[in-house]
Each structure stands twice: as C-alpha cells, then as structure tokens.
Write a protein that binds this ligand. Structure first.
Ligand SMILES: C[S@@+](CC[C@H](N)C(=O)[O-])C[C@H]1O[C@@H](n2cnc3c(N)ncnc32)[C@H](O)[C@@H]1O
Length: 259
C-alpha cells in the first residue's frame, strides 16, 4: 500500500508500515544493534521507502520478514546505512579535545616511553573526522618524535557507507581547522574539498564493528572515544557497553563519551 508523502519535486510517496511490522523492525534493530528507533517511525519510512521500492518491494511487510528471517547481509547493510545517524565534524566537543591535548596525550605518552606504542579506539567513528582529528593532535604533540612512535589508532563503525567515506577522507573543511593544519595534514582536491594526507590516513585502521558484540581486540586501550553514539541506545544497552569498555581499557585509561 502506498500513501502520499512529501519529497523533492513532490513526487515522492512513502511506503506505509503497519504497527506490527514497525514494532518487529524496531525490536530487531534494538536487539541486534542497540539503536532505539521507537520514536522514529517517520525516519524509517522516509529513509527506506525509496530504496525498498527500487528493490521491487511494494510494502514493508515483505522486507521486514526477509530481514528478520534471513538476516541477509545486503539487507542489513541497507538498513544500517539508511537508519544510522552519521552526523559528525572536525573539532567536535572542544572541551574533550582540550582535555585530550593538555592532559590525556601527555599522560599516555609518559606511560609509554618504553614501548612507544599507544592504543586508542574511535568507537563509532562515522565518516572519519574523529580518528583523523585525534591523529592530527597526536602528530602535533609528538612533533619530530612522531616517527619513533606507533600511534596507529583503531576506528570502527557499523555503517558501511560511513566507513567507505571515512577511508577516502575527503571533506569540505570547516573554518575551525587551523590554517597550518590545512597545509600539513590535507591536500586540496577538486570542488574546493580537501583529502586527509596519506601519513594521517595511514595512521587510522578502519574496521567494521558492532558495539553490541563482545570486545576482543588484541590489546587493551589507553583511550576510547565513543562520542555521540550511545545517545541512540537504551539504558541497559549503554550500561552493558560501558562495562565492556571498562574491561577493554588499561587501568587508569580514559573513556570519552558525549550526550
Ligand atoms: C553521530 S555518529 C558519531 C560520530 C563521532 N563519534 C562523533 O562524535 O562525531 C554515531 C555513529 O555511531 C554508529 N553506530 C550506531 N550504532 C552502532 C553500533 N551498534 N555499533 C557500531 N557503531 C554504531 C553510527 O553508524 C554512526 O556512524
């Protein structure tokens, strides 16, 4: 069943979703990915109608049945790419970044004077601005010593679309990026955009990871950034994740979150 909707050119019509299918889909996403969409009915129909119609679906029913029964990778990817909120930008949460530069980096660098290896995780890295931003601060702090350190950081997300953009590292730069950073850490590309320089891109290891899964990375982390991610989770999911983060952090390590 198709109901009229509003879209560019006025020709967009959203597929309707029944209460039962909406509830089943919301439960599936919350149970498997933590994301609470109970208040997001319009977002679901708005973002999924066109791609579903392009795939030949005439109702949400068949789609929801297929997703839940088959857990088909392509359908799950579509679902997560359309329903995750990937909004992010360079220099986000200045207080965190100030704390990171003034207190956290000096502390972890002091602790790792011998092995010269830092372990930092950007969990829910979206399109990459956060891990690249962290790298730039590390490089600035270490200066000429940077080449003697292993500063590679892990950056994970569940959205394939976001991670593909992250790996490319091409952005329109905001005015908050310092002029000397533009020169040091970016290369101008077409259309007034900038690409993150290879030495910064190579410092970030992007991996898909669902934050609902057990954390089994090789090393414990000195610092975990999980900012503007848990806001989409319900309280029990947040509590369980913070517990897993705690277990995955070295004693005296840091967890930076954001509301
Ligand atoms: C709003 S962005 C935050 C980006 C960045 N951390 C920041 O603060 O600007 C939230 C990211 O969390 C990711 N996310 C949501 N649920 C997730 C899950 N269960 N596992 C991994 N990533 C998830 C989304 O795909 C999205 O890219």
């Amino acid at each position: 069943m198709i109901s009229p909707g509003i879209g560019a050119g006025g020709s967009f019509s959203a597929l309707t979703i029944s209460d039962a299918d909406f509830n089943r889909l919301v439960k599936f996403i919350q149970g498997n990915y933590g994301i609470d969409l109970t208040q997001k009915r319009q977002l679901i129909t708005g973002r999924l109608s066109t791609p579903l119609k392009q795939r030949g679906y005439t109702s949400f029913s068949d789609f929801v049945n297929q997703v839940i029964q088959t857990k088909d990778n392509d359908l799950i990817t579509l679902l997560l790419d359309k329903l995750t909120t990937n909004y992010t930008f360079f220099m986000r949460e200045k207080e965190h970044l100030d704390l990171f530069c003034k207190q956290i980096i000096p502390d972890i660098v002091r602790r790792h004077q011998k092995d010269k290896t830092l372990a930092i995780w950007s969990a829910g890295c979206s399109t990459g601005e956060e891990p690249y931003n962290i790298t730039m601060f590390l490089f600035d702090y270490l200066g000429t010593q940077a080449s003697q350190w292993d500063t590679r950081l892990l950056a994970t997300d569940i959205s394939n679309r976001a991670m593909t953009a992250a790996k490319k590292g091409v952005y329109e730069l905001p005015d908050t990026i310092p002029a000397d950073w533009k020169k040091k850490y970016f290369t101008p590309v077409a259309g007034g955009q900038y690409q993150v320089a290879p030495k910064v891109r190579n410092n970030v290891i992007f991996q898909p990871f669902n934050l609902m899964d057990p954390i089994k990375f090789r090393r414990k982390f000195d610092v975990i950034f999980c900012r503007n991610v848990m806001i989409y989770f319900d309280q029990p999911t947040k509590d369980a994740l913070v517990r897993r983060f705690y277990d995955a952090t070295v004693p005296g390590g840091y967890l930076l979150i954001s509301k």
